[in-house]
Design a protein around this ligand. Structure first.
Ligand code: A3D
Length: 320
């Protein structure tokens, strides 16, 4: 059977890392697409030359034409610009919206059956716009944010408790911005919820609050350190986890920016919620119950996303 085809739209920091991870995990043949001439070709050749040492046979190709993504099974979109220190994700809206238009049209024409994972920021608005421009079914277009935000939360918790990251589960829902909602009650160490761990004296509520805030600021902390761009290793790993769940029909329960129509009392919008990813894309939205405090935080985050979508409609009347 032919290997799956993975198209990476954007061959920058995340795009290159995605290509390397897809190859190492033998998820399929990879096409790196970018408007910058030479960059995708150079990265593809470099990664292909790691094949003998890594032991993979996947084909790596660099491209500047959408025709090369034809028939892709998965498209992962990072095209656009990342933030610089002092910028919020929302500052990227105008420029990245135009990029989503060309990417959406390219996918619509050449890879209409793909499972599309958007990473470009501001994430919740860009995945919505990409879906609108591409016209693909809502269950086949999803945004990566919750897996990364939850991984950051899990990392900080594992350090705090001095336990393996594998035993820490965590949930971060809502929009991928300052209003994201890390859910302590649904986060556990091997099934023991965080509030119980505080009661058991493993940590204090104050330290927990600090970790929750550090999770919310997780992207900005890295932007501040790097100074020239934003995080790319963990964002790429998170998107690969989602792509693998689709390609291998794993039915993973992962928090993603998915189209929610009915669940969580929402009326047709993209926002971070727990989802099941399998061969049909987003196969289910897991409509968990929120307590009043969590609901208030979630509602605030939903309002922030609605504001960004309204701004997109203001910029591009074809979206209104
Ligand atoms: P970067 O290394 O700048 O790569 C972006 C690439 O997109 C560059 O190679 C550009 O040439 C290319 N590009 C620009 N316009 C187009 C276009 N019209 N068509 C095709 N390619 C184009 O950035 P990066 O890889 O570090 O980040 C990519 C995006 O991911 C940014 O918007 C970041 O803000 C975002 N990001 C999101 C998360 C989330 O958790 C959602 C995390 C980290 C970064």
């Amino acid at each position: 059977m032919a290997r799956p085809k993975i198209a990476l739209i954007g061959a920058g920091q995340i795009g290159g890392t995605l290509a390397h991870l897809a190859a190492i995990k033998e998820l399929g043949d990879v096409v790196l697409f970018d408007i910058a001439e030479g960059t995708p070709q150079g990265k593809a050749l470099d990664i292909a030359q790691s094949g003998p040492s890594e032991g993979f046979d996947a084909v790596m190709k660099g491209a500047n034409s959408y025709e090369d993504i034809a028939g892709a099974d998965v498209c992962i979109v990072t095209a656009g610009v990342p933030r610089k220190p002092g910028m919020s994700r929302d500052d990227l809206l105008g420029i990245n919206l135009k990029v989503m238009k060309s990417v959406g049209e390219g996918i619509k024409q050449h890879a209409p059956n793909a499972f599309v994972i958007c990473i470009t920021n501001p994430l919740d608005a860009m995945v919505w716009a990409l879906r609108e421009f591409s016209g693909l079914p809502h269950n086949k277009v999803v945004g990566m944010a919750g897996v990364l935000d939850s991984a950051r939360f899990r990392h900080f918790l594992s350090v705090e408790f001095n336990v393996s990251m594998r035993d820490v589960t965590a949930f971060v829902l809502g929009g991928h911005g300052d209003t994201m909602v890390p859910l302590a009650r649904y986060s556990t160490v091997a099934g023991i919820p965080l509030p119980d761990l505080v009661a058991m004296g493993w940590t204090t509520q104050e330290r927990m609050d600090g970790i929750i805030q550090r999770t919310r600021d997780g992207g900005a902390e890295i932007v501040g350190l790097l100074k020239t761009g934003s995080a790319f290793y963990a964002p790429a790993t998170s998107a690969i986890e989602m792509a693998e769940a689709y390609l291998k029909d794993q039915k993973r329960l992962l928090p993603c920016a998915a189209y929610v129509d009915g669940a969580f009392g929402l009326n047709g919008m993209y926002v971070g919620v727990p989802t099941i990813i399998g061969k049909d894309g987003i196969e289910r939205i897991v409509d968990i119950k929120l307590n009043p405090d969590e609901q208030a935080m979630f509602d605030k985050s939903v309002d922030a996303v609605k504001g960004l979508v309204a701004a997109c409609k203001g910029i591009d009347p074809s979206l209104a």
